[in-house]
Design a protein around this ligand. Structure first.
Ligand code: PLP
Length: 391
């Protein structure tokens, strides 16, 4: 069958070989612990499910949603931004409902660039940025992030050529995969960099509410005049354990948002109204459900962090996200280490290189299993280290 080069040239799904091996090991009776999945394992809070059930019964919700999303949902996003960040948004022009933020990110790139245009993406970073740039016929340039600089951008490392050619720059804090967080001054620098170079700034805030120890993640729109050149993506997936519901939003610059809305009106017809209405009450809630959930993630993170330190790993303690990003022990590549960990300890992790070349030397572990399983992970890793040293 004839298929497009764009699709043929997409990188193979990175985890398929691990998933195949996982099935083989399980068939052989191995108790595999999967820390490779970048999604929360906990259920959606009940008040959101109850609202969905109620709204699903109402025939007026069975019709098409407005293209830009329901007014209830967009107004709830505006309410959330005002309350949480003190940022005012016009629900009609500065907010758009998305069928999950991944959809919006991929379509935004289509709407914002022409073939051949350059997009700067974080390295290591969420893989969907690079594939979406490829599908839009663009060219990705890496913004290298490293642990010495707390994974904060070093804009002066970009070449003059790249900064002149770039149309968009992506940032993501709290970060998938590094769990790095940012303060508002990082966003101020990014906005200044964008203004000086004529580059639109896109911030992916998928983990905005998944933070620990009193750290509160800022919004890029808190930077004065950010709306003139920036948009921010948000999602209910990680904060409200709603990955399967497919609901998110983009806020900020009108021109970019209207370009995305126009493109999307030719592709989809927004999300099920009942889902948008249930998501609206989530955003208007007191966020106590989110707090309960982040306490669980924090407890897992503490166990994993202390266990990894005890096991001899060099690792930063996360202030947000559902990941931890340890440096692997010397003598392995990330891919070889991940493979050996699965073969010998029955633990699935994601090699850092799945997120870009600067991920070499690291693995990403998702905090998506209960604390008892984390204790078991640490026990097996210590055993793995002992064997590794003696063999
Ligand atoms: C999970 C994730 C997304 C996608 O979330 P959806 O709203 O479920 O599409 C986007 N960005 C990052 C960094 C993520 O980890």
């Amino acid at each position: 069958m004839y298929v497009s080069n764009k699709v043929k040239e997409l990188p193979p799904y990175l985890f398929s070989s691990f998933q195949k091996k996982k099935q083989e090991l399980i068939a052989n009776g191995v108790d595999v612990i999967d820390l490779g999945i970048g999604a929360p394992d906990l259920p959606t809070p009940k008040f959101i499910i109850d609202k969905l059930c109620e709204e699903a019964q109402n025939p007026s919700n069975h019709r098409y949603s407005p293209y830009d999303g329901s007014a209830e949902f967009r107004e709830a996003v505006a309410y959330y931004y005002e309350r949480r960040y003190g940022v005012r948004l016009d629900p009609d022009t500065e907010i758009l409902t998305l069928i999950g933020s991944k959809e919006g990110i991929a379509n935004l790139i289509q709407a914002a660039i022409n073939p051949g245009d350059t997009v700067i993406i974080p390295d290591p970073g969420y893989p969907a940025y690079q594939t979406a740039v490829h599908l839009a016929g663009g060219k990705s340039v890496y913004l290298p992030l490293d642990h010495q600089h707390d994974y904060i951008p070093m804009f002066d490392q970009l070449s003059d050529q790249d900064r002149h050619a770039a149309k968009l720059l992506f940032l993501n804090y709290p970060s998938n995969p590094t769990a790095a967080t940012a303060e508002l001054n990082t966003f101020m620098e990014a906005i200044t960099f964008g203004e000086e170079n004529g580059i639109a700034i896109v911030h992916d805030a998928a983990y905005d509410l998944v933070t620990f120890d009193g750290y509160k993640a800022p919004s890029i729109l808190q930077v004065p005049n950010a709306k003139e050149i920036a948009v921010e993506f948000g999602s209910l997936s990680k904060s409200f354990n709603m990955t399967g519901w497919r609901i998110g939003y983009v806020v900020g610059n009108k021109t970019l948002i209207q370009a995305l809305a126009t493109l999307k009106s030719n592709i989809d017809t927004s999300q099920f109204l009942a889902i948008q209405k249930a998501a609206a009450i989530a955003l208007r809630s007191d966020l106590s459900g989110v707090k309960k959930h982040t306490m669980i993630v924090k407890e897992r993170m503490e166990r994993m962090y202390h266990g990894l330190v005890e096991a001899g790993f060099d690792v930063q303690k996360p202030k947000g996200s559902i990941f931890i990003w340890p440096r692997i022990l010397a003598g392995y590549t990330s891919a070889a280490f991940a493979e050996k960990l699965l073969d010998e300890a029955g633990i699935i992790v994601t090699p850092g290189t799945a997120f870009g070349p600067s991920g070499e030397g690291y693995i990403r572990m998702a905090l998506s299993v209960p604390v008892e399983r984390i204790d078991e992970v640490i026990r097996r890793i210590k055993e793995f280290n002992r064997k590794g040293v003696s063999s």
